[in-house]
Write a protein of this length. Structure first.
Length: 202
């Protein structure tokens, strides 16, 4: 792709590093910024600089936070007997948007993926074990809410093995057919899990 300016090319190369953004989308975004008022661009760069300089991770659950401890962990309204284990902070946001969960979280920072060089020691699994040890029995249930992939299942299996010595319930999120979905278009693995994980009709 030919660029009218070296500055445009450099900006496009940087923006296209974002996940899901190709060179064409990056070019549209960069050209949009060029057309915008200078103050808009400066506001964006200032916000990004503040993000990198000031963002923190909760000392308890490792979720993204503005302070040492996130608002969820600090809240007295949350049920600390249930800990939902997720891969990333975006999963916390997704679950929170359902307004169906009142427990707390533990963010691993990824999943075990030998192909990408990510092992158990690269994740926040040790801190989960330490958290359960320090809870003195307050934690009653661990929900493994990881991606339904081979890597996600491997991570869930490993965590289950690591925490099996604690006296608590270990569960995983339900997997099955999405509401409004047609069986003929559902993949075999999802359909199989829906059958084996069936629930009573009431």
């Amino acid at each position: 792709m030919e660029y009218p300016s070296k500055l445009i090319e450099e900006a496009v190369n940087e923006v296209s590093r974002f996940p899901g953004i190709g060179k064409k989308t990056a070019l549209r975004l960069v050209l949009h910024l060029v057309k915008e008022n200078e103050s808009r661009t400066y506001s964006l760069t200032e916000a990004l600089n503040k993000l990198r300089a000031n963002i923190k991770f909760c000392k308890t659950c490792h979720n993204i936070s503005d302070e040492e401890e996130c608002s969820i962990c600090k809240s007295h309204r949350r049920d600390r007997s249930i800990i939902c284990v997720v891969e990333e902070s975006k999963d916390v946001m997704a679950i929170e948007n359902t307004s169906q969960y009142r427990g707390v979280y533990h963010v691993l920072g990824g999943i075990i993926s030998p192909m990408n060089g990510i092992g158990p020691s690269d994740l926040k699994i040790d801190s989960l074990v330490e958290r359960l040890t320090k809870s003195n029995g307050e934690a009653k249930e661990i929900i493994l809410a990881l991606s339904p992939t081979m890597e996600g299942d491997t991570t869930s299996f490993y965590i289950n093995k690591r925490i099996s010595g604690f006296s608590l319930k270990i569960s995983s999120i339900a997997r099955g057919i999405s509401v409004g979905g047609d069986l003929e278009y559902t993949d075999e693995i999802t359909l199989g899990r829906s059958i084996t994980g069936r629930t009573l009709f009431n």
